[in-house]
Design a protein around this ligand. Structure first.
Ligand code: HDE
Length: 704
């Protein structure tokens, strides 16, 4: 139970008196609630504080008679229940949220006055929400989709929301296009499907008519949208922002999050199977990591550049379909984020948290990116409809942790009994009431704006193919094959031939070989004509930083190993492998036909962490199969066991086997390669488990 809940009235009132005098601080307001938290054996009460004598039976006219309208306890309970749901987010409805902190490791004092970026060693609390975009709140964790990466920093100078994605570019260049994009990708309005999937006609129809999306298309067709874990994704602020120093000078900045565990993705077939095996795969992974004290961590990095430098870039940095390659403007690591506390209540925190890109602090400012400009309006408007009140900033997860106050008053769900006679400024009646502060307050960058008003797109936004080409050509051959195959998969789900052809036409501008591979995968009878391009793709310097494989870490930290056993398995081999994997940082789970465990060769019982039918190998990064001859014989008739090894092999994972394990592989018709190692050689297994067996892929599936 939180300290807040256990305080008695006098304690709370004392604390309130101690809060900053003269401010309209709402912080103390929440302290008035004396709600009983779970876990106490105190009386259940109604919301009016009346104790309940019976929570199992409603009030009836007689034991078998009608329920009485008079039953205020029943009515209150059911009414509250009926109103439990609020409108889910139109995008980013499904998410995982975690508390944590940010710690600055290098000062940006030269560039900004924002304290969070100047005070080295200072820790700022934060709440991070990582989401999928297209699916509803109850959809699965692992569709092919961008991940939202939103961080609310509760700084001493107010809340700063950095509301980004795990992809550094976006589909469109202007906010006015966003409703069309989202309508195209969400379930089709007449049929109500597909849920959480872009593989359908309306999405690709829209995209094929929107050349500016082509760079983003390369990213979403890459394995970046199939993350292995939310702990293994990058985050990007996407737009350029400005930093402003105490001389009023401004510098452009792009924000980056880089996961300590390195980048890692799954492959498509694996992702599809994970969705069935565990729809909550990512949420559970995060929950378990935090419960185990293995706190996910990201480096926070910036790319800093001046207007003069921006003028030399071969693209416009205000165009959100473009990124600034790390090779052009290097990343400077300035801090770290650690996520270390699971929310107490999913609804109160993860659902009610309200991010707004417009929440910014002095020393940071917006750029003219037209998408960002539109977002500054949209989020506040969304929160008003979703949370139903202009007082949503008073909900504890949204409230600043620094003193705050002004003369805004009243409205639905006003939580603060704002005292005093004065609710306006300037005033001469209350010296202590809040007023403007030119020295410390927020100032916008003094930027000269001139030109002709109009609904226009800058010419510098016209190049839609160069960075798409740069991204594709910078990938490893394996990743290129995955991109081509993803396009074939998605476009194969599109019923309209002309849409498939239009997309392949665009691909011809990106890379002719890619277009040919996709055309062959779709069995098009001839290459479609490429649409006219305002600016044909230019050759850009390759950027290896755009790869996933290049950014994987050779580690088992944060990864999971599954050991499949059955009656008669060799306990010593299991123990050795398990210890080696744990020592290397992995979590290990024993999988057996029965959850109670298996009777080992020495007669002892080993409890299982998962039952075979419910714990397929897609849950793991590498597996070991340790079986006696009888165990192998018994499992040869179990399709779940056959799938376990076949999928582990098909998903390019290392497999350690003893004699029985090898027999099961044979029954499953699973081949043998360098990634299939002898269970007696723990070092060979650990080495192989740290990576995927990319060379194996050509032997298990035909890629485009
Ligand atoms: Fe969002 N976006 N967005 N978006 N977005 C929302 O706000 C919107 C865009 C992003 O975990 C909504 O509170 C417009 C880019 C994240 O709660 C809504 C445009 C980027 C989240 C909205 C964009 C994002 C949202 C829905 C084009 C990456 C989830 C619910 C101008 C830089 C935040 C809500 C969370 C959520 C509007 C484009 C990221 C409707 C109009 C670009 C991570 O207001």
């Amino acid at each position: 139970m939180s300290k807040e809940m256990t305080m008695d009235y006098s304690e709370k009132n004392n604390r309130k008196k101690g809060s900053a005098p003269g401010t309209d601080s709402l912080l103390a307001a929440g302290g008035e609630l004396h709600q009983i938290a779970g876990g106490e054996h105190s009386s259940l009460t109604t919301n009016q504080g009346v104790a309940l004598s019976d929570n199992q039976n409603s009030l009836r006219a007689n034991p078998r008679g009608p329920t009485l309208l008079e039953d205020f306890i029943l009515r209150e309970k059911i009414t509250h229940f009926d109103h439990e749901r609020i409108p889910e987010r139109i995008v980013h409805a499904r998410a995982t949220g975690v508390h944590g902190f940010f710690e600055l490791t290098a000062s940006l004092k030269q560039y900004t006055t924002a304290r969070i970026l100047t005070e080295v060693g200072e820790k700022t609390p934060l709440f991070t929400r990582i989401s999928t975009v297209a699916g509803g709140a109850g959809s699965v964790d692992t569709p092919r989709d961008v991940r939202g990466f939103a961080v609310k920093f509760y700084t001493k100078e107010g809340n700063w929301d950095l509301v980004g994605n795990n992809v550094p570019v976006f589909f469109i260049q202007d906010a006015i296009k966003f409703p069309d994009l989202i309508h195209a990708v969400k379930m089709e309005p007449d049929r109500g499907f597909p849920q959480a999937a872009s593989a359908h006609d309306t999405f690709w129809d829209y995209i094929s008519l929107t050349p500016e999306s082509m760079h983003m298309v390369m990213w979403i067709m890459s394995d970046r949208t199939l993350p292995r874990s939310l702990r293994m994704i990058e985050g990007f602020g996407v737009h350029s922002f400005r930093l402003i120093n105490d001389a009023g000078e401004s510098t452009f900045v792009k924000f980056h999050w880089r996961p300590k565990l390195g980048l890692q993705s799954t492959i498509w077939d694996e992702t599809v199977k994970i969705a069935g095996a565990d729809p909550d795969f990512h949420r559970r992974d995060m929950f378990e990591a935090i419960a185990a004290g293995s706190f996910p961590e990201w480096e926070f990095a910036v790319q800093l550049f001046t207007q003069e430098e921006a003028d030399t870039f071969p693209f416009d940095h205000l165009d959100p379909t473009k990124l600034i390659p790390e090779e052009l403007v290097p990343l400077k690591v300035i801090g770290r984020m650690v996520l270390d506390r699971w929310p107490d209540n999913f609804f109160a925190e993860t659902e009610q948290v309200a991010y707004c890109p417009g929440n910014i602090v002095p020393g940071i400012d917006f750029s003219n990116d037209p998408l960002l400009q539109g977002r500054l309006f949209s989020y506040i408007d969304t929160q008003l409809s979703r949370l139903g009140s202009p007082n949503f900033h008073q909900i504890p997860i949204n409230a600043p942790k620094c003193p705050f106050g002004n003369h805004q008053r009243d409205g639905h769900m006003q939580m603060a009994p704002q005292a005093g006679r004065v609710a306006y400024e300037p005033n001469s009646l209350t010296a202590s009431s809040p007023r403007e502060n030119p020295a410390k307050g927020f100032h916008s960058a003094g930027v000269n704006e001139n030109g002709v008003k109009g609904r226009v797109r800058a010419e510098s936004f016209a190049d839609h193919y160069s960075q798409a080409r740069q991204f594709y050509l910078s990938q490893t051959a394996y990743e290129q094959a995955h991109i081509a195959s993803a396009l074939v998969f998605e476009l194969s789900k599109v019923e309209h031939l002309h849409v498939r052809e239009a997309m392949v036409g665009h691909l011809r501008h990106i890379d002719e070989d890619l277009a040919k591979r996709v055309a062959a995968g779709l069995a098009l009878d001839k290459m479609p004509v490429a649409p006219p391009a305002a600016v044909p793709a230019r050759e850009m310097k390759l950027s290896p930083a755009l790869q996933i494989i290049g950014k994987m870490k050779n580690t088992l930290m944060g990864r999971a190993i599954g050991i499949l056993i059955a009656d008669g398995s060799d306990g010593a081999v299991i123990t050795t492998l398990k210890k080696a994997a744990i020592d290397a940082g992995a979590a290990v789970k024993i999988v057996a036909p029965k959850v109670g465990g298996a009777k080992l060769a020495d007669g002892s019982m080993l409890a299982a962490d998962g039952q075979l039918a419910g714990t397929p190998s897609v849950m793991f990064d590498a597996v070991a199969v340790i079986l006696s001859d009888e165990g192998a014989q018994a499992l040869s008739k179990e399709s779940a066991a056959i799938d376990f090894v076949r999928d582990a092999f098909g998903h390019l994972k290392a497999i350690a086997v003893d004699k029985g394990g090898r027999a099961l592989l044979k029954t499953a018709n699973v081949g043998h390669d360098a990634g299939v190692v002898d269970a007696g050689d723990k070092n060979a297994f650990i080495t192989a488990a740290k990576t995927r067996q990319w060379d194996r892929e050509k032997s298990v599936r035909t890629l485009a």
